[in-house]
Ligand binder design. Sequence first.
Ligand code: UDP
Length: 407
Amino acid sequence: MQNINDYMPVVGHSVINELYLLAERVQPRAVHNVNSTAVGGGVAEILTRMVPLLRQLGLNAKWDVIKGNDKFFNITKSIHNALHGADVRISKEDWEYFLEVNRENAAEMDLSGDIMFVHDPQPIALIEQRTRRDGTKWIWRCHIDVTNPQKDVMDFLRTYVEKYDSAVFSAPAFGQEMGIAQVLISPSIDPLSDKNKELSQKAVDAVLERFGIDKERRLVTQISRFDYLKDPVGVIRVYQKVKKHIDCQLVLAGGGATDDPEGLQVLEEAKSAAAGDPDVHIIFLPAGSDIEVNALQRASTVVLQKSLKEGFGLTVAEALWKAKPVIASAVGGIPLQIKHKYSGILTYSIEGTAHYLKQLLHEPGYAKALGLNGREHIKNNFLITRHIRDYLLLFLSLYYEQDVVSL
Ligand code: UDP
């Protein structure tokens, strides 16, 4: 496991010293995270790296994952899709089942952390068990793109969100009308994780060889869970347009998440859209394929993230950190990371993405400059140390009012 002091050479001594200083002031100290999957997707990625670092800073941080069966995760995936604006209906019975599973989890879980830090909608109703007398503070952390949520679903969830002390969103556009404090905290990547650390060319080549990718030819990559909202078929259409003009290979690599039941269907649709083209590599990555993700990103000539909705898009930050030119949709949290034509390219359509992909493949000098600017932007804004600082300040703010009153 990483030591917090290992980050000093990356971000400087003062940043780490400040983290110690802030952490010392967070009293009481038990921070209990709860989400719905231990592997797959950005939330699990962040918690895996963040929880041990918070512990090193002296907090009693822990992380639990709620349990659910297929029926529950089908319902929560529908809720997830509805929050992203999809026209799906959650029936009364589905909501009841959703609440029942939350109650079952609450019954088995120790909810006595000083701060309960609940991530995303799946475990949101754990808050029902809150008893004001115990003094526990509750934070709801929304990682998803809620720019245009389906009203009914948002209204239902809002009745639970408003029982929390504070809600955290990833981008300004996601703020909601609700009667509690809302905080903007962007996610982050860990520069020292296996997914982002430096890799030797030999290690990169070994991964390419294992997947049968030609290291001598241009490589365009999208790494994402196989999810409609990541638009893998759209990525293949982009590639097919570009391939008519310029030779390249495409990698679509991703796994699933235990709370996402749609993955296999999306994977099959991608395979059929690729129509057996040997230059399209559709790779199903098992959980924990961090070195593979790292190597594929590093081997890429251009990285795509053609999401239709995106809470933040850690994959964009990961690629930019590796100084890769990234073309990504101008949705959700992605514009926080990419300033168009400066630290990457923002697009709105298959045609637009294909246009810029051709340009970047033709103009490696320009592509390189975009990647270098992108790396600097990630370094300044989206590394895990900044994220920890924001969380520590949030924890402190939960008690601030109380302190002022008692002075
Ligand atoms: N990821 C991974 N393996 C995969 C697909 C994705 O490790 O097969 C990682 C990816 O590198 C990133 C995270 O999962 O760290 C995805 O986060 P992002 O915010 O991009 O999207 P989400 O999946 O949370 O919607």
